[in-house]
Structures are given as C-alpha cells and as structure tokens.
Design a binder for this molecule. Structure first.
Ligand SMILES: [Zn+2]
Length: 284
C-alpha cells in the first residue's frame, strides 16, 4: 500500500510539473506541446491527458480485436495476445468477465468525456497509436484484415450493425439522412474505405469529431461522430488503414459511425454509400 501510495504521489507531482512549468516558447497557448505528432500551430492537449486517451484507446482496440476472434475455444493462457493484462481476464470466472465489461464501459465513457472536452477546447488532435494496427491485426491473422476489392475499396469497419440508411426520413434530418450509419461501440477503429489523403478534421457541430478523406478518384468520404482522429490532416492513408476511433460526438443518439460518400469535400454532395461501395466490389 505504502509504495503504491508513494508512486501515486510521484505521478501526481509529474503531472503538476507538466501543468505548472512554463511551456517552451511557440504558438502553443501555454500548453505543453507533444513531440513531432502535433501539427504546427495546433495546441496539443496536456501530456497527461494525451497519455490517458492513448491508454483508453489501446484498451478499447484490444477489446474490439478480441470480440472478433474465432468462437472455438476460450482464451488460452499460453497465448495471451499483445494485451496480456486485459486478455488474461477473459475465460476466467463470470465475476471477472463482468468486471472486465465494467472496465470497458468505464473506458468508453471516459474516452467520450475526453472527446467532448476536446470539442469544447476546439482542439481535436489525433491520438498517437504508432504501429498498433500492424501489431493488432498481425496477431489475429486474416480475421482482422479487411478485404480490399480489386479496385482498392474496403469496409470502414470489420464488424457492425447497419442502422439508419441513406435518404431515410426522421426528425434529426431535415432533408433525409445524408449517409449510412453503422452501430459500433465507442473506441472501435474506423478505416479508410480507400486510399487517399486526409482533407480535413472537423471538431464540433452536428458531426462532432469528423474526418473527410479525398480519394485518388476525386471522390470524398466522410466519417462522423468519432471519439478521436488517429491520423492528422494532410496524411496519406491506405485502404483499410485506421483513421479514427468511433464515438457518439455531435448530433448522435448513440455510439455509431456515420459514413458519407461525397462528390465534393462539402456537405450536400452525398450519394448512397451502400450502392457506391457495392459498385466498387464491397458489400456492406
Ligand atoms: Zn448518420
């Protein structure tokens, strides 16, 4: 008890130092910049918050990967995966499983709270998950690898439930629904439907945290209600590459991804994502 209390004090002191020490000169509004990850001119969140968000993201991504493993057999203690601490709990007593579910629910709630805070601050900076996609999907083999069509297109999520369709009517949409909704838990990795470049990251408004990709063919795709971006504006992405974590920010009644396919970068130029992807060899 005493040593953990001491280390808690030490962490607290570090955090206080990070907050209280004068920040280096630069366009950072007195906040502590994070090394190369932050684009010039964008203030980064406090270092402690950044670390906490990354930790939550990793816990939720591990849970997502685990949820898609083949049903045959429980987790083997000999193969705990890259997230041994969390995985080791699975397949033990029901009480421990309930405890794990409770921790995941808390992680999702905390990540959402941080997303809302980032919108309030106006700084929706990407979460740094350096190399995690390769690590996670390498571990699962083909089950975790999205199928890419011969034309280079893929699904934005590996597992999901389709909910509101393009064009559907409802109180939330004045002129019909402009995208396709996918119900997924907060913190699920969202993938680029095709190769392209990050055209913009939205931070607030009806779409919450959102991202628009410009594809090489001239089409655009938009991913809305995210809890965090993963890649920064201007970054080149591959089909299937993680670009953000799903969430429920903005005008959203529950955790889901809203996907739009657009003729231009702007709202109002959308077509039905289901038919558009089907024409490119991807069935949702
Ligand atoms: Zn929607």
């Amino acid at each position: 008890m005493r040593s953990s209390y001491r280390s808690g004090m030490a962490l607290g002191a570090l955090w206080m130092a990070a907050v209280l020490l004068p920040a280096p000169a630069g366009p950072f509004d007195g906040l502590v910049p994070v090394a190369a990850a932050a684009p010039v001119g964008l203030p980064a969140p406090r270092a402690g918050e950044t670390d906490r968000r990354e930790r939550l993201a990793r816990i939720l991504i591990a849970a997502d990967a685990r949820s898609r493993r083949p049903a045959a057999g429980e987790e083997s203690p000999a193969d705990p995966g890259p997230y041994g601490v969390v995985d080791a709990d699975v397949g033990r007593t029901r009480g421990e499983k309930a405890g794990l579910e409770g921790r995941l629910a808390k992680a999702r709630s905390d990540l959402h709270g941080m997303a809302e805070a980032s919108i309030r601050s106006g700084h929706c900076t990407p979460v740094d998950l350096d190399g995690l996609q390769g690590e996670t999907e390498g571990d699962q083999g083909s089950a975790g690898t999205p199928a890419v069509s011969s034309g280079g297109w893929t699904r934005p999520l590996l597992s999901y439930e389709l909910t509101a369709r393009f064009g559907s009517a409802g109180g939330r949409w004045s002129n019909g629904h402009t995208g396709q909704d996918f119900a997924v838990p907060i913190g699920t990795p969202v993938r680029a439907v095709g190769a392209g470049t990050v055209a913009s990251i939205g931070c607030g408004g009806p779409f919450g945290i959102s991202m628009v990709l410009r594809h090489d063919s001239g089409w655009y795709s938009q991913y809305a209600h995210l809890s965090a971006p993963i890649v920064p504006q201007g970054r080149r992405v591959r089909a299937g590459e993680w670009i953000g974590l799903s969430g429920t920010t903005g005008n959203s009644t529950g955790p889901h991804l809203h996907l739009e396919i657009r003729r231009t970068a702007e709202f109002g130029s959308a077509v039905d994502p289901v038919g558009w992807l089907r024409a490119r060899g991807v069935d949702l």
